[in-house]
Design a protein around this ligand. Structure first.
Ligand code: NAP
Length: 253
């Protein structure tokens, strides 16, 4: 059985680890956005497939028996491509998607529909912004000349980006103590995040709550309908076991 994991997340790596040593062929796929990605164990391919048709051709040529879309919740295009390619080839598809964050008592969250929407909310909320949405999409904040930005990303951002910014190259997991220290040291008065979910990058939310700092939370993009979805890599292993044993399209659960 050949399993394709569409990756780029900690959950995708964890799934590849869990499948190591089983009687399966596993290929993990990365988009190639990060210069030095954390690689999962096993076979890895890097780069786009060439849209849904390219992915469908890849599934046929490599005789893939099941696909797990374990991409980031904000990687909307590849998830739709995976749904189209799986339907065209009749290859079983599972989405492994961590749940979004929910606000708790004391949180001052402001929901935004997009990065552009987040940018329009910012001037009313603060002057010194901790921007944690990654290096892509900084153009949305490029015209906010009155604001100062602390931009955290894995690789250095390229223009267009805000004129007044400091870049912090780092990747999670982050600690609560570290996030509190960052907010204090840079006198941050507003945080911007995607609703990525998961524990690795959640401490910034607790740090903001404790510091009384508002958080602009960008809502997730839509996901394809009808794709069975699980939240944990262990559930994906069970689903794959069912696919292997039944040779059919089981429900997630
Ligand atoms: P996207 O907008 O959904 O995808 C854009 C294109 O990148 C896709 O059409 C596909 O190219 C290629 N692609 C995306 N994921 C791929 C994968 N796992 N393997 C092979 N090709 C892939 O995705 P994105 O937002 O640019 O994210 C790119 C990758 O970074 C994803 O794998 C995601 O898991 C990871 N990531 C994204 C975010 C985020 O905030 N967006 C955060 C952390 C990690 P073709 O059409 O040519 O196949």
């Amino acid at each position: 059985m050949h399993v394709l994991i569409l990756g780029g997340t900690g959950e995708a790596r964890r799934l590849a680890e869990l499948l190591t040593g089983r009687a399966l062929r596993v290929t993990s796929s990365l988009a190639g956005r990060v210069a030095a990605p954390r690689l999962p164990p096993g076979e890895v391919r890097i780069g786009g497939f060439g849209g849904a048709d390219g992915l469908a051709a890849w599934l046929r040529e490599r005789e893939v028996d099941a696909v797990v879309d374990a991409t980031h919740p904000f990687a909307g295009t590849i998830s739709f491509n995976a749904a189209l390619a799986a339907a065209a080839t009749r290859v079983p598809l599972l989405a492994l998607r961590r749940p979004g964050w929910v606000p708790g008592e004391g949180d001052d969250w402001h929901e935004a529909g997009s990065l552009e929407d987040a940018a329009t909310l910012l001037p009313a909320l603060g002057r010194r912004v901790f921007l944690t949405t990654g290096r892509m999409g900084l153009a949305a904040f490029a015209d906010l000349d009155d604001l100062w930005f602390l931009v955290r990303s894995v690789d250095a951002p390229e223009p267009p980006h805000p004129a007044r910014m400091e870049v912090l190259l780092d990747r999670g997991p982050f600690s609560l103590a570290g996030e509190r220290e960052l907010l204090l040291r840079h006198r941050i008065d507003v945080v911007v995040t995607k609703d990525s979910g998961g524990a690795a990058t959640a401490p910034k939310l607790a740090a903001a709550r404790q510091a009384g700092v508002p958080v602009v939370v960008v809502r997730r993009p839509p996901v394809p309908e009808g794709v069975p979805t699980v939240a944990e890599p262990e559930q994906a292993v069970r689903w794959l076991t069912d696919v292997r044993d039944q040779g059919s399209f089981p429900d997630a659960g």
